[in-house]
Design a protein around this ligand. Structure first.
Ligand code: GUN
Ligand code: ZN
Length: 453
C-alpha cells in the first residue's frame, strides 16, 4: 500500500485562478473583502506545504515542476465535518424519516462492518470517494466496532489525510451486534486514542451516536474521556428531527433541552462537532456560542430525511460556529458543491439568501477555524498543508453556456456551486501528493500526468 510517509514531490507549481478566504464573509454580502481571488497565479507547493503564490506572468524558477491549469479554479480541499463511512452502502435509500431510516437501513448496514475485511475495504472505498469529490479532510462516523475505527485511521494514514474519527458509542436502543457496554467501550477508546490520536494528521473524536443510543452512564464516560484527553474532538447528532427531540425529552426528563443532555455530560466544548441542530432554541444557540461547539449543517440530509430547515443565520448571529457536512448516507452526495447548493435551497425555503461566499467559507476556512485547524487546512495561505483541488468552472453544455454569460465573481462562483459536482474535479492533492486526477485515483502523480499530457 502507498505510504503517507513517502515524501511528496518536493516543488510543484500549479497555475490557475486561486480562490480562498482570509476571514469570514458577512452574511448576505456578495462583494466581500474576506474573499481572496487571485486570477492567473502560480500556487507554489514545497515539501507538501503551500510555499506562496505569484502572478502567472512570473514563471517559477527552474527546479519547480509546473502544471498549467489556466482557466481553472484552484481551491483548498473541502472539509466535510460530518459523514458516515459505512453509509455509502445505503446512500439513497427510499422513504423514511430519521428513526425509521436508522432501523430499516442504517443499523443493518453498519452491522456488516464488524467483519474486519468489510471494515478495511469499506474505509478504503470511502476515503477514495471523498478525495474523488474534492474533500481532503473529514470528521467521520465509522461504526460501533473498534475494527471500523482502526480501518479508517489506517486508510487515512495511508493517504496522508487529515481525519478525525472514533469508534461509535451506543449501548442501548440499538439491535444486537451494534451495542457496546460502558467498560469495554472505554477500554477500546483509550486504546484507540493511544494508538492514533496525534499520529500524523489524525485525531481521535469521542463519538457518541446520539443521546437515545447511550445510557447516562455511557454519556458520563464519554465526558470523562474528553476531560482526560483535552486534544480529542467530540462528535454526535443533536436536534435533527422532531420525533427524535420528543424521544430525548422522554429519556432525559431532567435536561432543559436535547443539547443540554450533552452539556450536563461534559460533552460541549470548542472541539465538539454536533450534526444538524435543526430544532434548537435561543438558549441552545447561546450555549453553543459559549462553549465554542460547532454545528455541522447537513442540508441534503435534512431535505432527504424531511428533518427540517436549519436556522443558519440565527446560529451565526448568536455566535455559534457553523460548518457544512454531507452526512452521507442521510445526505445524498459526498460532493460539497452539491451540499452548498442544497444549503442555498434550505435557506431559500427559510426566507434567507445564502451567498456563495458564506457557503464556500463554511466548507473551507470556516470549518478549519471551527476545528482549530485554520493554520493547517482550509486556505491557500503559505504554511498550510497543500490539500489542494483543481476544478473546471463548468462541466457539460448548460454549465458552459451559463459560465460564458456570467461576469461578476460572485455570479460565476454561485453558478459553479449550483451547477457543479465531482465531475468538475480535475485533480486533488493531499499534503502535496497527487491522489486523484481526471476520473481516477492516483498514488503517484507521474503516471497520470503522462496520461493527461
Ligand atoms: N442520528 C443518529 N444516528 C444517525 C445517523 O446515522 N444519521 C443521521 N442523519 N442522524 C443520526
Ligand atoms: Zn449523521
Amino acid at each position: 500500500m502507498d505510504s503517507a510517509a513517502t515524501a511528496a514531490p518536493d516543488r510543484v507549481a500549479l497555475r490557475g485562478d486561486l480562490l480562498d478566504f482570509t476571514a469570514e464573509p458577512a452574511w448576505g454580502e456578495t462583494a466581500s473583502p474576506a474573499v481572496r481571488f487571485r486570477a492567473d497565479h502560480w500556487l507554489m507547493i514545497e515539501g507538501g506545504r503551500i510555499a506562496g503564490a505569484q502572478p502567472g506572468s512570473q514563471p517559477p524558477a527552474p527546479g519547480w515542476r509546473c502544471e498549467d491549469h489556466r482557466g481553472r479554479l484552484i481551491l483548498p480541499g473541502f472539509i466535510d465535518t460530518h459523514v458516515h463511512s459505512p453509509q455509502i452502502d445505503i446512500i439513497a435509500s427510499y422513504g423514511a424519516e430519521l428513526l425509521d431510516w436508522l432501523n430499516t437501513y442504517t443499523f443493518p448496514a453498519e452491522m456488516r462492518h464488524a467483519d474486519p475485511a468489510v471494515a478495511v475495504r469499506g474505509a478504503e472505498v470511502f476515503l477514495d470517494a471523498l478525495i474523488a469529490h474534492g474533500t481532503t479532510s473529514a470528521v467521520v462516523f465509522p461504526t460501533v466496532h473498534k475494527v471500523s475505527a482502526d480501518a479508517l485511521f489506517a486508510a487515512a494514514a495511508a493517504r496522508g489525510m487529515r481525519l478525525a474519527t472514533g469508534k461509535v458509542l451506543m449501548d442501548r436502543n440499538a439491535p444486537d451486534g451494534l451495542r457496546d457496554d460502558v467498560d469495554q467501550a472505554e477500554r477500546d477508546c483509550v486504546d484507540l486514542i493511544a494508538r492514533w490520536h496525534g499520529r500524523g494528521r489524525l485525531a481521535y473524536a469521542v463519538t457518541v451516536r446520539f443521546a437515545p443510543t447511550s445510557t447516562p452512564a455511557q454519556l458520563a464516560m464519554a465526558g470523562s474521556l474528553c476531560a482526560a484527553h483535552p486534544g480529542v474532538y467530540m462528535q454526535t447528532h443533536v436536534a435533527e428531527n422532531e420525533a427524535e427531540v420528543r424521544w430525548v425529552r422522554e429519556l432525559f426528563p431532567a435536561a432543559r433541552s436535547y443539547l443540554d443532555v450533552y452539556a450536563r455530560a461534559g460533552l460541549l466544548g470548542p472541539r465538539s462537532v454536533l450534526a444538524h441542530g435543526v430544532w434548537l432554541d435561543d438558549a441552545d444557540r447561546a450555549l453553543l456560542a459559549e462553549s465554542g461547539a460547532q454545528i455541522a449543517h447537513s442540508p441534503s440530509s435534512n431535505l432527504f430525511l424531511g428533518s427540517g430547515l436549519f436556522g443558519w443565520r440565527a446560529a451565526r448571529e448568536a455566535g455559534a460556529a457553523v460548518s457544512l457536512a454531507s452526512d452521507v448516507g442521510g445526505g445524498t452526495s459526498l460532493s460539497m458543491l452539491r451540499t452548498m447548493a442544497d444549503a442555498y435551497k434550505v435557506q431559500a425555503m427559510a426566507g434567507e439568501r445564502l451567498t456563495a461566499w458564506t457557503a464556500l467559507h463554511a466548507a473551507t476556512l470556516g470549518a478549519a477555524t471551527a476545528l482549530g485547524l485554520e493554520g493547517e487546512i482550509g486556505s491557500l495561505e503559505a504554511g498550510c498543508t497543500a490539500d489542494i483541488c483543481i476544478w473546471d468552472w463548468a462541466a457539460g453544455p448548460v454549465a458552459e453556456h451559463r459560465m460564458s454569460l456570467a461576469r461578476e465573481l460572485h455570479e460565476r462562483v454561485f453558478a459553479w456551486i449550483t451547477l457543479g459536482d465531482e465531475r468538475n474535479l480535475v485533480a486533488a492533492f493531499v499534503a502535496g501528493r497527487e491522489r486523484y486526477r481526471c476520473g481516477g485515483m492516483t498514488t503517484d502523480g507521474a503516471s497520470s500526468r503522462a496520461a493527461a499530457a
